[in-house]
Design a protein around this ligand. Structure first.
Ligand code: KG4
Ligand code: ZN
Length: 367
């Protein structure tokens, strides 16, 4: 299990302080963001606890274990963040939390803690959409975008192309009809005997592999719309493993003599996923006529995706923006930031009710 706390950086001008709590899946994230009266939100401190090691033994997230671990971590992480930022709890002006989408039990922990803090401090609550957090996360980077832009949201549960005209102005252009890109990485990796979450492990195994060694489909590449489908890709990976006699054959997968071939299969899988994401993003840019792209969500940490996106977009005069590498996967900073940007644009529905709700299924385009 890993835990990170960022260095402290105290705000110099009067600013509202927003505490953000993320607990939608398998990371507990807490962050403090300062929103100056005139200027961009600034991240003061953030802390993250990843449950990856805990879930690895089960090959995926166990929701009940996730909820219990969020309960254990969320208060100590909040204390760490406040100490790192050099602020007292009472300095917090707004308490933001991830309202959805995500695992219901896990969301309830963050929402419950935020609500308790709101009542204790007499401060308003703000429920944030998890994907809005991902989508706006590049605004915390050294190279922030400006509106409008096309956003490719690629996480473990979602793959969407959006047209973003401003905070809260999101038009869905296309999305996956079955598995998300992160799921395609994770499920293919699992079939290859790699630990959970498979994405980064598969990407590592793919290094040095030949991306044209195995024939794999590019689902819906020529569908004529901006939707995706990744379920067939995982099935094709499965078929190759069956043919090699490696499916459910742990010794064969672990045999160092097979490493080069497995690396080729990983490279071929990664190339197929990246090619579809790249070509659909280019089609979305062409369709909208926009010259700016944001790539956000866990899969946005993939090096091949970044390299190919930069190359193809560079040739077309399109600027690409990403979150900082450590803010690609789930974190509290993006939740505090999304809350800050909603406050800044007068679009925050603050609540002072001593109650909260969560939305495990929640459409971003509908908010
Ligand atoms: O955004 P995220 O942290 O969680 C969700 O909101 O789902 O994304 C997690 C996903 C997982 O599927 C993980 O395997 C994938 O992001 N991921 C990667 C990489 N790093 C994380 N996929 C490919 N290459 C990576 N380097
Ligand atoms: Zn996420």
């Amino acid at each position: 299990m890993s835990e990170r706390v960022s260095p402290s950086l105290k705000a110099s001008s009067p600013a509202r302080l927003i505490l953000g709590v993320e607990s939608s899946c398998d990371e507990t994230g807490v962050a403090l963001v300062a929103l100056p009266e005139d200027g961009a939100p600034r991240l003061l401190a953030h802390a993250l606890h990843s449950q990856i090691d805990m879930h690895q033994a089960y090959g995926g997230v166990v929701p009940e274990l996730a909820s219990r671990d969020h309960i254990r971590r969320v208060v100590p992480l909040t204390r760490q963040v406040m100490a790192a930022a050099g602020h007292a709890m009472d300095d917090v002006d707004v308490v933001a939390y991830t309202r959805g989408p995500g695992l219901a039990g896990a969301l309830l922990v963050g929402a419950g803690m935020a609500c308790a803090l709101g009542v204790a401090l007499d401060r308003p609550l703000l429920g944030v959409h998890h994907l809005e957090g991902h989508l706006l996360s590049p605004f915390l980077s050294a190279d922030p975008p400006c509106f409008p832009f096309v956003a490719l949201l690629v996480s473990g549960g979602h793959t969407q192309l959006m047209r973003v005209d401003g905070v809260g102005q999101y038009t869905l252009l296309g999305e996956t009809v079955d598995d998300a890109a992160g799921e395609a990485f994770d499920k293919s990796a699992k079939l290859m005997g790699l630990p959970y979450p498979g994405g980064p492990h598969l990407a590592r195994l793919a290094e040095g592999g030949r991306s044209d060694a195995f024939e794999l489909p590019r689902p819906m590449l020529h569908s004529g719309n901006l939707d995706f489908s990744f379920a067939g890709l995982k099935t094709a990976v499965r078929t190759h493993l069956v043919r090699l006699g490696w499916l459910d054959n742990a010794p064969a997968l672990a045999d160092p003599r097979h490493h080069a071939l497995l690396s080729d299969l990983a490279a071929s899988t990664q190339a197929a996923i990246v090619e579809v994401l790249l070509k659909k993003s280019l089609a979305a840019l062409k369709h909208t006529g926009l010259k700016r792209l944001v790539v956000a969500g866990g899969v946005g940490a993939n090096r091949l995706l970044r390299t190919q996106m930069d190359l193809a977009c560079g040739r077309r005069g399109v600027r690409v923006h990403y979150p900082e590498m450590h803010l690609c996967t789930d974190n509290g900073a993006m939740i505090a930031l999304a809350a800050a940007m909603r406050l800044q644009t007068g679009q925050a529905s603050l609540s002072r009710e001593p109650s909260f709700d969560v939305r495990p299924r929640w459409d971003l385009a509908a908010i």
